[in-house]
Design a protein around this ligand. Sequence first.
Ligand code: C2G
Length: 130
Amino acid sequence: MKRVITFGTFDVFHVGHVNILERAAALGDYLIVGISSDQLNFSKKQRYPIYNQHDRTKIILSLKYVNEVFLEESLELKLEYIKKYNADILVMGDDWKGRFDWVKSDCDVIYLPRTPSISTTEIIEVVKTL
Ligand code: C2G
């Protein structure tokens, strides 16, 4: 029984998010998703998400291949979350390549290629021009 963990904001949910969650789920038997809190997102991106953390959590939890979700309050707590949720594999998109290699002593780390040509930032920009 392999437990997979992944992290993200998943704001303005789109197919790139579906693709990574689907591929992460396929690497094991149980998928746990850490959802960046509104505050963590502000500290990473200098803006609050369009969808608040409650709505983002509800959306991710509704997916058929997601088993469990929790709020990620800090990037530095990765290892604590991995231990708490007993994860065997950490999956991240390759925009984070190398950034979480420091947890490799406790957990396998796999960076998957991002889905090209779609991102929350790009969607926001397109909508602004309409
Ligand atoms: N993603 C993807 N393809 C895209 C867009 C996003 O594969 N076109 C992936 C990202 O690589 C990430 C996940 O979807 O693994 C969530 O993306 P974001 O919501 O942008 O997550 P981010 O804000 O980078 O938060 O602890 C790490 C962070 O919480 C990750």
